[in-house]
Design a protein around this ligand. Structure first.
Ligand code: GDP
Length: 443
């Protein structure tokens, strides 16, 4: 899971702090020392770590902690706010040009995930009823044109290509004319990459930029490369003045330092995060939600958005209403499980839940189809009344349900517990919403 190590360490530190009724300046100092080490271990740039700790310390020893009834939680709140700030504060959205098409130029080193991210971005826009056009401007890497054409076919998105005999500047230019004629409102240009930054590459990118004046120049960087990703971003930004960064492979076993440093070092916001190889694994980057995920507060909002993507809008609205009114039943639970199945790797989905990283083994969890079938059988063995009022399911009913579904009573018990936990989580979420975030830090 993203930031697993960092999340574990920070949460250990804060758990110690939360247990104390009163905290002294020495407690805060000790906690911040541990936060500092955790950040360094997560491969965050050391200068950024120093600035970060100084800021939190300044605020912590000032008025904000003293006089507070829950000093431990106050420190967590401070760290959460500063982590959010470090990653850019608020979400940085993709520009929309007032005179379409909006031109997005994708740049980056070879292997960073540029072509895949171009496809993912086009897919993301298509889901929002946009009409993107993908452009194959990498004329050097042998299979690059083919790769983007295959992506286009899979996604049912048009790809503009002129083979490898024309210059990227000409191709980009012709693509924009094509988009204007065909009503494409976004043009996503997949440019060439190299293994290392070199002058010829930069000259070519500068020439394309000069010709098409893109609304966005997004640098695709691989989060697995840690501080190298930050250095690459710095170099590209110097030459091209980037408008944003797409950080890929955040689903891997990355320490996360790049995500936490890139904005602070370069000033470029992270606009999207790649969370897997599949073509729907691209998420808009929300600094506040990412900070909450790191601190184990979960990212319920992203989870819900992900769920909504997978289901039809009416169903989503109905579910939201049910959650708000705590009317969630076993029928909805079953429905949800089906949706989750469609959403992708379960570990990623569960990773967004508050406190999920405390559950052992969640990192490598796969959707266990057998387990899902068992749950389905149990729910289907319940009466309508039981599904809507699970509290009536007493011992004899449990026995009957187990027999009816070919499972053990312990399986039924486990499911009932899961369901209750899920309801509890929803309650927490709705109270956070109602309280406008006031209760966010009460874990
Ligand atoms: P390019 O050379 O920059 O165009 O890179 P590609 O788009 O060809 O991607 C290189 C490899 O990284 C491919 O195997 C992709 O499937 C993989 N990849 C890209 N983005 C992600 C991501 O977010 N997560 C994971 N796990 N793999 C990714």
């Amino acid at each position: 899971m993203v930031f697993q190590g960092l999340a574990d360490r920070l949460q250990q530190t804060f758990n110690k702090l939360k247990k104390k009724g009163k905290i002294t300046e020495a407690d805060v100092k000790e906690a911040l020392r541990e936060v500092r080490l955790a950040l360094l271990e997560a491969d965050v740039n050391f200068k950024i770590v120093k600035q970060f700790i100084d800021k939190v310390k300044d605020r912590a020893v000032g008025q904000e902690i003293l006089g507070s009834l829950t000093p431990g939680q106050q420190v967590i709140k401070l760290v959460n706010e500063e982590l959010t700030e470090l990653m850019g504060g608020t979400q940085s959205k993709l520009t929309i040009s007032s005179s379409p098409p909006t031109v997005v130029m994708m740049v980056g080193l070879q292997g960073a995930g540029k072509t895949t991210s171009s496809g993912k971005l086009a897919n993301y826009l298509k889901k929002q009823n946009r009409r993107p056009l993908l452009v194959a401007c990498d004329i050097y890497r042998p299979a690059a044109i083919k790769q983007i054409q295959v992506l286009g076919q899979q996604l049912d998105i048009p790809v503009f290509s002129m083979g490898d005999k024309n210059s990227p500047v000409n191709i980009a230019n012709a693509a924009i004319e094509h988009a204007k004629r065909h009503g494409n409102d976004y043009v996503i240009i997949d440019t060439a990459g190299r293994l290392h930054i070199d002058e010829a590459l930069m000259d070519e990118l500068i020439a394309v930029k000069g010709q098409v004046s893109p609304d966005e120049i997004l640098l695709v960087v691989d989060a697995m490369t840690g501080q190298d990703a930050v250095n690459v971003a710095e170099s590209f930004h110097k030459q091209l003045t980037l408008s944003g960064v797409v950080l890929t492979k955040l689903d891997g076993d990355t320490r996360g330092g790049a995500a936490l440093s890139v904005k602070a070092v370069t000033g470029c916001p992270i606009k999207f995060a790649g969370m897997g190889e599949k073509l729907d694994a691209l998420e808009p980057f929300h600094p506040d939600r990412m900070a909450s995920r790191i601190l184990g507060m979960g990212d319920v909002l992203s989870l819900i958005e992900k769920a909504q993507e997978g289901m039809d809008q009416d169903k989503a609205k109905e579910l939201e209403k049910k959650m708000r009114n705590a009317e969630f039943t076993f029928d909805d639970f079953l429905d949800q499980m089906e949706q989750v199945r469609k959403m992708g790797p379960l570990d990623q989905v569960l990773g967004m839940l508050p406190g999920a990283n405390k559950i052992k083994g969640i990192q490598n969890m796969q959707v266990d189809e057998k387990q899902l079938a068992r749950v389905e059988a149990i729910v289907k063995s319940m009466t309508k009344h039981e599904k809507q009022n699970p509290e009536v399911i007493n011992a004899s009913r449990r026995k009957r349900i187990a027999a009816g579904s070919g499972t053990q009573v312990s399986d039924v018990n486990r499911l009932l517990k899961q369901f209750t936990d899920m309801k509890k989580m929803m309650k927490q979420f709705t109270s956070v919403q109602k309280g406008k975030g006031k209760k966010k830090f009460k874990l």
